[in-house]
Design a protein around this ligand. Structure first.
Ligand code: NAD
Length: 466
């Protein structure tokens, strides 16, 4: 039985769900700071009180090590929720701007207002965090929301369907479980915003459905995130940080290092360090390591094993279909046209491509679609700046991988085919808000200079004052 088939959902009356939430939204229930803060506190309690159940669901869905479940999902959600609880009142404040002289007296400001009823569609790879983190933004901004978790992570989906109505206001927040038919039914409705995390193919389906209603979208997609390694890099630390980022969730991370571009002169030494890091972290038998996840489904397992055949295996390569185990595998001799270098790997395979110098590395990156993340490993500042200024990507880590995700003050999102829009911290609030521009004019004075009949002198004065 496929993972997707494990979920049995009664057919969703999507139109009914939206119409109920829309009716609630119109009452203004979600707008006051009191509702938002109370919901965010309930959200925090939900995560805190169910930490172990969340880790257990992630174990069932992905064989996820406890440490990773807590760090990458539970802890992350708690810190986002805490930040929102502390800051939401400030975020809601109007932002004043000056009005030109010709419009004086007058007060101009930007008033953030909720969008209305929003849809959040989540993927399976960090199935709890990627479903619930956008919900923090939706609630902070005062929206009603429907959450559609991924059917490919059924234990996590089921847990959220149980917990969300227990802790949050069911008149305003709903979970709809399901696969393609249920999501299709949801996408037929008119939403005020759709926040989608997933692959490029489904991203296009979402954007097409949204276009019918002119609904704005945030698309958190994927892509091939490169690691560029310069000869000035600290090879040992760089190797350890790349293997750590790739090993997380067995490479099933949207910002996992996808491939390495390493300078010729240091390649052999660097491969040695990569191999050493694998053994240090997971021992000589990765399958026996409690710190290594499994591939989510047979379909993805088969896809990855086929991809692996696109080059020479330098380390790893062991796999076992029954337990969907696939070792972290270093591969070289890969043609740039091979599927391994064309499609997002989204698993523990790590191709290593040799380049002459940084110009060639940058050429390879910029000749492809813009990645979600780019990792530059270099000791010297000039090389770091060269890579940073000559490439475009959703985000960047210099001398590390993945960790930029954890900085709440940084927007997280893609560019080009890796995504549209961004979130995290205040950026989540902005994503789910409309910035309404307001000009407030008193009536105690009403200069006639703006009104007809117009004269040349009037035009001169107005041009000067505007
Ligand atoms: P996916 O696109 O297959 O599925 C995402 C969601 O879309 C699921 O909820 C699924 O039920 C729904 N869906 C699937 N097919 C659909 C269809 N035909 N019509 C309507 N809805 C449909 O993605 P996935 O396999 O769950 O996740 C992997 C992808 O997500 C990778 O490309 C990865 O890079 C990307 N990703 C991006 C981020 C990010 O933050 N940018 C995070 C995680 C994953």
């Amino acid at each position: 039985m496929s993972a997707a088939a494990k979920i049995t959902t009664s057919s969703v009356d999507a139109a009914q769900v939206v119409s109920e939430l829309r009716a609630t939204f119109r009452t203004g229930r979600t707008k006051p700071i009191g509702w938002r803060k109370a919901q965010l506190r309930r959200f925090r309690d939900m995560v805190k009180e169910n930490e172990d159940r969340m880790a257990q669901a992630l174990k069932e869905d992905l064989g996820r090590p406890h440490y990773e479940a807590i760090l990458a999902e539970v802890h992350y959600l708690l810190s986002e929720a805490e930040e929102a609880i502390d800051a939401v009142a400030d975020w809601m404040e109007p932002v004043y701007t000056s009005a030109p002289l010709a419009l004086q007296p007058g007060t101009a400001y930007i008033k953030p207002e909720p969008l209305g009823v929003v849809l959040i569609i989540a993927p399976w790879n960090y199935p709890i965090q990627l479903a619930l983190a956008p919900l923090i933004g939706a609630i902070s901004a005062g929206n009603c929301a429907v959450l559609k978790p991924s059917e490919v992570a059924p234990a996590s989906s089921k847990l959220m369907a149980e917990l969300v109505p227990k802790y949050l206001d069911t008149q305003c927040v709903r979970v709809v479980e399901g696969a393609v038919p249920e999501t299709t039914a949801l996408l037929e409705q008119r939403w005020d915003h759709i926040f989608f995390t997933g692959g490029e193919r489904v991203g296009k389906i979402v954007m097409t459905a949204a276009a019918k209603h002119l609904t704005p979208v945030t698309l958190e997609l994927g892509g091939k995130s490169p690691c560029i390694v310069h000869k000035s890099a600290n090879l040992k630390v760089s190797a350890r940080r790349i293997i750590w980022g790739k090993g997380l969730n067995a490479g099933q991370t949207c910002i996992a290092p996808d491939y390495i571009l390493v300078e010729e002169s240091i390649k052999d030494r660097f491969v040695g360090e990569l191999k050493a890091a694998i053994t240090d972290f997971y021992g000589t038998d990765t399958k026996a390591s409690p710190d290594y996840s499994r591939i989510v489904s047979d379909r993805h397992f088969d896809r990855l094993v086929t991809l692996m055949q696109g080059g020479n295996v330098l380390a790893g390569g062991q796999h076992d279909k029954a337990s969907r185990f696939l070792a972290l595998t270093l591969i070289d001799g890969v043609s740039m046209d091979a599927p391994l270098m064309q499609e997002e790997i989204f698993g523990p395979l790590l191709p290593i491509v040799t380049v002459k110098d940084m110009n060639e590395a940058v050429d390879i990156v910029t000749s492809r679609q813009k990645p979600l993340a780019l990792y530059a490993f270099a000791g010297d500042r000039k090389t770091q700046d060269f890579i940073l200024s000559n490439t475009s990507s959703g985000g960047v880590c210099i001398n590390d991988t993945v960790q930029h995700f954890l900085v709440p003050g940084l927007p997280f999102g893609g560019v080009g085919t890796s995504g549209v829009g961004a979130y995290h911290g205040k950026f989540s609030f902005d994503t789910f808000s409309h910035s309404k521009g307001v000009l407030n004019k008193p009536t105690w004075v009403d200069p006639s200079v703006r009104y007809p009949p117009y004269s040349k002198g009037q035009l001169k004065i107005t041009r000067f004052l505007l």
